[in-house]
Ligand binder design. Structure first.
Ligand SMILES: Cc1cc2nc3c(=O)[nH]c(=O)nc-3n(C[C@H](O)[C@H](O)[C@H](O)COP(=O)(O)OP(=O)(O)OC[C@H]3O[C@@H](n4cnc5c(N)ncnc54)[C@H](O)[C@@H]3O)c2cc1C
Length: 426
């Protein structure tokens, strides 16, 4: 292994492509390993994804992560210059369709420091949407939708990224100066740094099998535009209990269902009906008129698995050695550098239902940590994403989970500088 600025990224979805891109634009050479014949064949292969921050109203880190990653993804998409066929900032309305949402939205509006959303009453919201809505809600004018596959392709289309298709990473072997990634038959690539970004399948590696990742099946329904013409004038994305898109490529997209641990991948009429029924939290739709085989057979659908953690937050950063940690638990006040970090092994998974927003932001944090720049985010934010937090909490080291930093422990001097800068900032 010659060059230290070499990395292998495993997985060609949004997490893998954005991880590769964040390093490539910093001058790293990246080998991107994808088991399929093309990028974005997993959860990142849906025809559209909504790009918005689910605003909670609480001044929490979760809210902060939602807003920061929302802004980062839009900034990245402008940088990549995607055409309007693949990316549109048509605005997103989040309807106050039940008492819980009303409370959340009012709380958000009481703070709303970033002014990223405005409250619209039912008449105003309906005028913005172009169809009659059942309620008002928060309007985010800068939100919209993207074609995830086009997003992935644009990220991976960088001269420093070399893609190996039809290559399934099975084993990660540590060497003296880095990592070797093997398929069942051969060595696929070697480099000092590996970023695991293959969603639920991250659990297949010995180093990451302990991670609390749950597959959550989701089905998106795509309705040909001639079928529910009353919805056609829609100009924005509207979210109630499901979301409804304007016409994109002759279809209106409605979604999505949510079934934890359901690994079956066939398209189900029952889930089309479920998606349509949830539309009634947005506007009135007579589902009984649509629940007919000859109509449902014209729908398109796509099924994929989200990869969800038990606290619904991503896992992003450098990994620790789980075995060493459990066999030899550190003291509660152990300093970060003394913990069993695995040199050169990073992860970017667990993006649940918001990966088109959170994955690029996490990719950027990892790239920052690897390139010795000072972190642009707070210690608390880094720790919210710390991929070792569950291991540490299980060992009763809740406090350590909040202070152990992911910052490039391969470079002790840099880790100290970062530690000092974050301490000064907090
Ligand atoms: C129905 C549905 C609707 C959604 N809607 C939205 C939305 O509106 N907005 C939003 O932001 N998010 C949405 N999401 C979530 C979003 O799609 C995911 O969070 C995101 O795509 C996850 O990206 P990923 O790269 O982590 O995983 P994936 O896209 O699943 O990519 C993992 C990749 O790794 C590859 N891989 C796996 N194992 C190996 C291996 N051993 N070797 C090599 N390659 C391997 C796979 O082939 C795959 O390409 C939705 C998800 C679903 C299922």
């Amino acid at each position: 292994m010659t060059h230290t600025k070499n990395a292998i990224v495993i997985g060609g979805g949004i997490a893998g492509c954005s991880s590769a891109y964040s390093l490539a634009k910093r001058g790293w050479q990246v080998t991107l390993i994808e088991q399929a014949q093309a990028l974005a064949q997993g959860a990142s292969g849906n025809p559209i994804a909504v790009l918005y921050a689910r605003l909670t109203g609480n001044p929490s880190l979760i809210n902060h992560l939602a807003i920061a990653s929302f802004e980062f993804s839009h900034q990245l998409l402008s940088e990549l210059n995607l055409s309007t066929v693949d990316y549109q900032k048509c605005g997103v309305l989040q309807l106050s369709f039940n008492p819980r949402e009303i409370e959340r939205h009012l709380k958000f509006m009481a703070g709303n420091p970033q002014k990223i959303a405005q409250y619209m009453n039912q008449t105003e919201a309906s005028a913005i949407a172009g169809i009659p809505l059942n309620s008002g809600g928060l309007f985010m004018p800068n939100a919209g939708w993207v074609n995830p596959s086009a997003f992935c392709k644009a990220l991976a289309n960088h001269p420093n990224i070399h893609i190996c298709y039809t290559s399934t990473a099975i084993t990660l072997a540590a060497t003296n100066d880095g990592w070797q990634v093997f398929s069942s038959q051969k060595l696929l690539a070697q480099a000092p740094t590996v970023i695991i970004a293959n969603a639920n399948q991250a659990k297949q590696f010995a180093q990451t099998q302990h991670l609390p990742l749950t597959p959550v099946r989701g089905q998106l329904s795509s309705i040909p535009s001639h079928i529910i013409t009353q919805l056609n004038p829609l100009k924005t994305i509207v979210c109630g209990d499901s979301y409804l898109s304007p016409i994109v490529d002759d279809y209106q997209h409605v979604g999505t269902t949510f079934s934890p641990n359901d690994l079956e991948t066939s398209i189900r009429d029952s889930e089309h009906i479920q998606n349509l029924s949830a539309l009634n939290t947005i506007t009135h739709v007579d589902v009984s008129q649509l629940n007919k085989t000859e109509i449902l057979s014209q729908f398109k659908g796509r099924v994929a698995s989200r990869c969800q953690t038990t606290d619904y937050l991503p896992l992003a950063g450098q990994l620790m050695n789980a075995q060493q940690l459990t066999q030899n638990p550190p003291r509660i006040n152990a300093n970060s550098e003394s913990l069993p970090w695995i040199k050169g092994l990073y992860i970017n998974v667990g993006h649940g239902a918001k990966g088109l927003i959170t994955a690029p932001y996490c990719a950027e944090l990892i790239a920052e940590s690897l390139t010795s720049s000072l972190p642009k985010v707070s210690r608390d934010m880094l720790n919210v994403l710390n991929p070792n937090r569950f291991l540490l909490r299980d060992l009763g080291l809740k406090q350590l989970a909040k202070t152990a930093l992911m910052y490039n422990h391969a470079d002790a001097k840099h880790a100290k500088i970062v530690e000092r800068s974050l301490s000064a900032a907090s």
